[in-house]
Design a protein around this ligand. Structure first.
Ligand code: NAD
Length: 262
């Protein structure tokens, strides 16, 4: 018996990287899944149909741009319609922009806050009434080690991710007496397109090969010297959806090779 058989999950930003790892892990446990994110329409359809066939679950896709609150609300509504509810909400979609504070473009600040933080508020607000009707729900916010500690040149990202942890705790308290839980996962470096871009930027800036830039990036922050993987984050998300995690509420769980232990 798969532990999430019959449950419905919406995972934002799941056409790539960590979100895709989480969608795969939830589908493997029997959940019907709504994917969301940007990308080539044909590739997304292949991904959708492939995951459905592989796991024998329903997989839908919603193309919402989650920087737009109305589209976030529509996404939750269409997940509920197409999958008969939203039992599991994973707020994962996120972007990065790096620049010293005085040079940080206002428009990039607004975009990072809208996508990485404000979308979580709108999605939770829209999904909570659906979860309350069944007195069961799992809200998982993908924060970051940057929700717990800062790094230079990431003002918007660090502010947004600290905000995500504040939102997570508040939602956990407001749902504490119910069957709905809310927790955050705080990944360290995971090798996804979001991080590859930072490796490429470092290689170009320092005039070094990408291989060396990757090793330097890890050495600077992650004592294990190894990337965490989307599969590992997915497995933790599936655990948070299990009954074993029913009394985990408002937590921030690092998967970071020791980054925040320092
Ligand atoms: P990624 O770039 O591989 O994937 C991001 C996903 O979000 C993609 O599916 C993309 O299409 C989607 N997306 C971006 N903007 C969107 C928008 N406006 N509307 C809808 N979808 C949108 O990135 P990732 O590394 O997998 O990151 C996923 C989450 O994990 C982010 O919240 C990120 O901050 C967090 N995170 C990543 C790392 C890491 O090392 N990769 C570390 C800590 C936290």
């Amino acid at each position: 018996m798969r532990i999430l058989e019959g449950k419905s999950a919406l995972v934002t930003g799941s056409t790539s990287g960590i979100g895709l790892g989480i969608a795969r892990a939830l589908a493997a446990e029997g959940a019907n899944v709504m994917l969301n994110g940007f990308g080539d329409a044909r590739q997304i359809e292949q991904l959708r149909a492939g995951l459905a066939a592989e796991r024998g679950v329903r997989v839908a896709f919603g193309a919402a741009d989650i920087s737009q609150p109305a589209q976030v609300r529509d996404l939750v509504r269409s997940a509920a319609r197409e999958l008969d509810g939203v039992d599991i909400l994973v707020n994962n979609a996120g972007i990065q922009h790096t620049a010293p504070l005085e040079e940080f473009p206002d428009e990039r600040w607004d975009a990072v806050i809208a996508i990485n933080l404000t979308s979580n508020f709108h999605a939770v607000k829209a999904a909570l009434p659906l979860m309350k009707r069944r007195n069961w729900g799992r809200i998982i916010n993908i924060a970051s080690t940057h929700g717990l500690v800062a790094s230079v040149h990431k003002a918007a990202y660090v502010a947004a991710k600290h905000g995500v942890l504040g939102l997570t705790k508040t939602v956990a308290l407001e749902t504490a007496a119910s069957g709905i839980t809310c927790n955050a996962i705080c990944p360290g470096w995971v090798l996804t397109p979001l991080v590859q871009k930072q490796i490429d930027e470092r290689a170009a800036r320092e005039g070094i090969p990408a291989e060396r830039a990757r090793a330097e990036l890890l050495a600077e922050k992650q004592p294990s010297g190894q990337f965490a993987t989307p599969e590992q984050i997915g497995a933790l998300a599936a655990f948070l959806c299990s009954e074993a995690a029913a009394q985990m509420r408002g937590t921030a769980l690092p998967v970071d090779g020791g980054w925040v232990a320092q």
